[in-house]
Design a binder for this molecule. Sequence first.
Ligand SMILES: Nc1ncnc2c1ncn2[C@@H]1O[C@H](COP(=O)(O)OP(=O)(O)OP(=O)(O)O)[C@@H](O)[C@H]1O
Length: 238
Amino acid sequence: MNQDILFNDVSFSWGDKPLCQRLNLHLRGGKTTVMLGRSGIGKSTLLRLVAGLLQPQQGAVRGLSGNVAWMGQQDLLYPWLTVLDNVMLSARLSGDKPDRPRALALLEQVKLSDVTHAPPHQLSGGMRQRVALARTLYAQRDVVLMDEPFATLDVMTKLSLQTLTAGLLRGKTVLLVTHDPLEACRMADDILLLQGQPLAIESWPVPGGDVPRPFDHPDVLQAQAQLFSRLNTHENSV
Ligand SMILES: Nc1ncnc2c1ncn2[C@@H]1O[C@H](COP(=O)(O)OP(=O)(O)OP(=O)(O)O)[C@@H](O)[C@H]1O
């Protein structure tokens, strides 16, 4: 049973700069919550508070339970392991028998079959991010925390890997950070829109239909346009 994650009266500052004050949030267990906002607004900081990598100065983040996967902005691939061994890292760390066929199938799905035995330094940035994604999906955790998991991918690869990820993580508690409104509209059961300093967080209506929603569905496109416009009216209009 996936537990909800709660921010209870959470305040956090970097130095004397308050990032959030007395923040209360309810992230539903077994659902994908997308935190959307512009660069520098505080998305990664909130994700790190959830992961317990940062502690709030006031209040508490509760409810994180079970096995947790962390996919940060840095891919953290082990340079001395091949691509395949990086994907199966969770098995190595827990002492489980590596499931090589499943790892190879995932590498095929992220279009990396031809580099399974390469070391990470031979890969492009986008390829490394796909290895990190395959490693995250391989681990089959109850809770998955992802910070811009598709940021370095070309648009067609991004759409196809969003579809793969949403399918494999259905029913898990997923918290995904992005600055991409279309990604939010495709992937989210719940959208949280982050704006302002200190943060004001708005719960944003999601389009109908199951995730992953088609990128070209009129409801998805309309929701994306509304999000663009909301992000644009708040500050720095383009
Ligand atoms: N280690 C740190 N020390 C001081 N300030 C920090 C630190 N990390 C982040 N900040 C500040 O906190 C604010 C939010 O940063 P954060 O990385 O959470 O934003 P973000 O929304 O994830 O940005 P991006 O989309 O660019 O990754 C920024 O003003 C940033 O300068």
